[in-house]
Design a protein around this ligand. Structure first.
Ligand code: ZN
Length: 149
């Protein structure tokens, strides 16, 4: 299977069956994210404990397959991680989607998230893939709304 086939399979699978697709109430951190370019609109919720561990993370909203699959994979990946680890993964993911990190040759903390490695070739889709991550990062910084514009 090629990387492109794997990418498509994973996107379709997460879009059909998004993980952690629910509201956390009460959440310790949450934010709303928009990607006006595509129409993606989602909310990210987190429950972070006193030790700085993300005990629970979820999302809700609507958008294209890439935005929803990326949000789904993000929640799966960040659950149980510390805030510091989440920031490091966000940083690597951001570099990956804009084409500044090659996961095959450069050290990174992306794991399965590296399937998004080819997306920088499609600039219109980069914001779709990054929306949930920017929203999560905004929630950590106590922002209530995040826009990719
Ligand atoms: Zn989109």
């Amino acid at each position: 299977m090629t990387t492109q086939d794997l990418y498509q399979q994973v996107i379709i699978e997460h879009h059909k069956k998004p993980r952690n697709f629910r509201k956390i109430d009460p959440a310790s951190h949450h934010a709303e994210g928009f990607n006006p370019l595509c129409g993606d609109h989602l909310w990210v919720y987190m429950k972070i404990n006193a030790a700085g561990v993300i005990e629970d993370i979820s999302f809700e909203g609507d958008g294209c397959a890439i935005s929803k699959a990326s949000a789904s994979m993000m929640t799966q990946n960040l659950k149980g991680k510390t805030v510091e680890e989440a920031k490091a993964i966000f940083s690597d993911f951001h570099k990956l989607v804009i084409g500044q990190l090659n996961p095959e040759t450069e050290a990174n903390v992306l794991g399965r998230l590296s399937i998004f490695s080819g997306i920088w070739k499609y600039p219109a889709r980069v914001k779709c893939a990054a929306l949930a991550w920017h929203t999560m990062n905004g929630a950590l910084g106590r922002e209530t709304t995040v826009s990719t514009e």
